[in-house]
Each structure stands twice: as C-alpha cells, then as structure tokens.
Design a protein around this ligand. Structure first.
Ligand code: FE2
Length: 432
C-alpha cells in the first residue's frame, strides 16, 4: 500500500475544486518544464493573460541568473477569444544532477520559487518516470502523482496524449484548468508529451501552442535521451486525421527510421541500450473486438494500402530496430502484453521478460478519464498478460543497462493507492 497524500493537501485540493496549485500574485500560471535537445538546458513554458517580457531567474542556490525568452499570443480563433500569451524561456548551462531553483516573470511580478533537478550526464544512472494518459481534469490519480513528485520519485513524466477532454473546450479554459492542475508536477519535472485524438481540433492547435517539445516539429514527433534510455515520441494521429496532411505520415516514418538507425549504431546502443517509443493509439490492445488494435489489419501496425502510396505500418520497423518497450494509451485501462511481434507472442513461459525477443506493449490510459469497467469489454487476446480497469498510472524504473521495472499504481474506490502489477524486463542482449 502506498502512503496516502497528506490530509492537508487533500483538504486544500477539495476546497479548490481539484488539485490546483495555490496561485501566487504574479499573474504567471500553467508553469511546466520540458527537455530540450540539450540535456544541460531545460525549457519552462507558462501562460499570462497580459503581455509580459518572458523571463526567468534560476540558479542552484538562489534564482539569481536572469534569462529572457519569447512570448506568443494564443487564442482559440481569429477573433482572439480568450487571448493568452504562451511564454517560453530556456534555462541553459545547468549543473548535471543538481537541484536548481527558478521563478518566472508575470505581469504583476515574479512567481513563487520552484525547484527541479537537472538530469545527470552520460548513461550510467537510473532514470525513473511516471507515465499517464487520458487524464482529464480532477483525476483521482493526481494527488498521488503530486505526492510522488514531492518525494522526488521521478526524473520526468510522459503524458501519452488526451489531456483535458478537451483543451479547446469553453474557449480554451478547459486547457487552462488542466495545466493549472498539473503544475505541482509539471513545474518540477519535464512533462513530455505526444498528441492524442482529443487534441485534434484545428490541427492540434492547443497541443502545439501549449507544450514545448524538442525536435522542431511542434511536438508531433521527436526523441530525447535519459541515461541509458532513448525515448521516441510519435503522433499516431497522423494516421487518422489525414485531412491535416497525408505527407506527415511519411515524414514521420522517414524520420523514425533514421532516428532508430542512429540509436542503433553499435557505439551508441552499447551505452544507451534501451529504446522506448510512445504514441497515443495502441497497435495491440486487449479490448472488445472491432477496435483497430484488436484487428490483424491495424493501420498503425501493418499500414494501410487503400491509399496510394500506401501508409507505412510501424511494427516491422520497431521489431527490426529492437524497440524494447512501446507505451500507448487511448483504450481506457492499463494493459500489459507479452512480448509480441506480428501478432505472435514470443514466449509466455517461465521467464518471458528475460531477453524477450520482441517489444513489450503497455497501454497506460487509466489516469482518470472514464476507465472502462464493463466486464464485457474485457477481451483477452493472445498477447494479453495483464489488464486493470482501475484508475491509475504507470512507473518506469530503468535500474541499469539490463533491468527495467514497470509498475502499475491503482487508485481504488476507497481512495487508497497500491501497486497492482509489477514486471521486470531483463535484457542481456538486444534482439535486433
Ligand atoms: Fe484517445
């Protein structure tokens, strides 16, 4: 059983109608961090409702180094409805592995002081991450994520699409509400994202404007490194919202192929052996039939030849590149697969996660949005190893070059959290 968040925190959260951070008087809000292409630089993104010279102060002891960034007006529509300013400031020259403090400038002054820990250099350390998706506002999981963050359990968070249901709702105030609520996590940990189907409005406008991911693709696909892990974020939505650009599927595929080839150069894979890919819609799932991810012809997995040229599927690329773990969302539950390729499980025997020989697929979509509790929707597929419909979130602990532990934390109806699933992948050799 996990420790319950402090009672005072829960009481304050309830009084505020959710797990909001307590706002200061600076006028800066929705403060969140993200990695950049340089591990010694972190980016802080925040909103204001009046123009401001985007700025931050930071340091290891005191927030005494001033840096300036850029500010972009953002509104739901051309009429400027609910206009806000998205402010982005990079914090360069971080001391690897050290705790830093920072604050940002709002129209009424400096914000409260936040902290984060810059990740260590090199590959010889043990990253820990939380994985959430399909969260919405006021989820039962958030107080536990806040508590975990305060206890220093993680180095980053992955949010695998579907954020606020939906960020554009009520002229974008739903997106503001969501980002205010996650601030107690995202102001302290890089909050790394990929787009989900609920972000598709206006060609993913809210997603592209509100988050600041590396890679120069407005956060649609990119990669980054943490210690012994190469993380890859993709847009599965390119395959379904073709009205926003057929060619995006191919641009992403070609980029992914090149990124995986680079990660697989022997000198690189030897020191960074883990490859983890995350995207919103799963290519395998354990849901009721007629969902794409239960079908042999799943578009993301095998491609789609009804178009000319045919859309390229991703599974063969993932398998041939030795992707160890694929993280998905969208189907509102937690699901863990056996190692699987081409719809065939490599092993369900005594030790299937030791040198698994194929990617393991996790669907981590139970963070809050209407988890699917109908027993008739539980459909065990040949690749199904575990499934939970209880609200929760996933933890990844990369102990070293050979051991990765995955935990699922579930928040029961009694409000208590416990670890309900644990598996360790042991990789003594790559399977490419
Ligand atoms: Fe979704």
């Amino acid at each position: 059983m996990l420790p319950t968040p402090p009672l005072l925190l829960v009481v304050v959260a309830v009084l505020l109608g959710g797990v909001c951070s307590v706002a200061d008087n600076s006028g800066a809000e929705q403060i969140h961090l993200s990695f950049t292409d340089d591990v010694t630089t972190i980016q802080v993104t925040y909103s204001t409702f009046q123009p401001v010279k985007a700025s931050a102060r930071y340091g290891t002891d005191q927030p005494d180094t001033l840096v300036e960034g850029s500010s972009t007006p953002f509104a739901q529509d051309a009429a400027g409805t609910h206009l806000q300013y998205i402010n982005r400031v990079s914090l360069p020259g971080l001391c690897p592995g050290e705790r830093h403090v920072y604050q940002v400038l709002g129209p009424a002054g400096w914000s409260e002081v936040f902290w984060f820990r810059a990740i260590p250099e090199g590959s010889d350390w043990s990253p820990r991450l939380a994985v959430v998706a399909d969260m919405g506002t006021n989820p039962s999981t958030l107080p536990f994520l806040v508590n975990d963050t305060r206890e220093g359990m993680y180095d980053a968070v992955l949010h695998v699409g579907d954020f606020a249901y939906d960020m554009f709702t009520d002229n974008g105030t739903k997106g503001d509400e969501f980002l205010r609520q996650i601030q107690p996590v995202a102001a302290h940990l890089p909050y790394m994202t990929c787009p989900g189907n609920h972000e598709q409005r206006a060609n993913f406008s809210n997603y592209k404007n509100r988050f600041s991911m590396p890679g120069g693709t407005e956060g649609m696909y990119y990669s980054f490194n943490m210690g012994p892990v190469h993380f890859i974020s993709i847009s599965t939505e390119f395959y379904y919202f073709l009205e926003y650009g057929f060619e995006q599927v191919f641009s992403q595929y070609n980029w992914l192929r090149a990124d995986l080839a680079a990660a697989n150069q022997r000198s690189i894979r030897n020191v960074r052996p883990w490859i983890v890919l995350f995207g919103h819609r799963p290519m395998y799932c354990s849901h009721k039939p007629n969902h794409a991810c239960t079908e042999w012809h799943d578009r993301l997995r095998v491609g789609e030849d009804e178009f000319k040229p045919a859309l390229p599927g991703l599974e063969h690329l993932l398998v041939s590149s030795g992707v160890d773990l694929a993280l998905w969302a969208h189907e509102h539950s937690y699901q863990r697969s056996w190692p699987v390729r081409d719809g065939t499980v490599t092993d369900t025997g005594g030790d299937p996660y030791r040198n698994p020989g194929a990617p393991v697929h996790i669907t981590a979509a139970s963070a809050g949005r209407s988890t699917d509790k109908k027993p008739e929707n539980l459909h065990w597929m040949p690749w199904t190893a575990y499934r939970s419909s209880t609200e929760g979130y996933t933890r990844l602990s990369f102990h070293n070059a050979t051991h990765l532990t995955i935990e699922q934390v579930a928040v029961g109806e009694d409000g208590a959290a416990s670890v309900v699933d644990t598996v360790t992948i042991i990789k003594e050799e790559c399977f490419t």
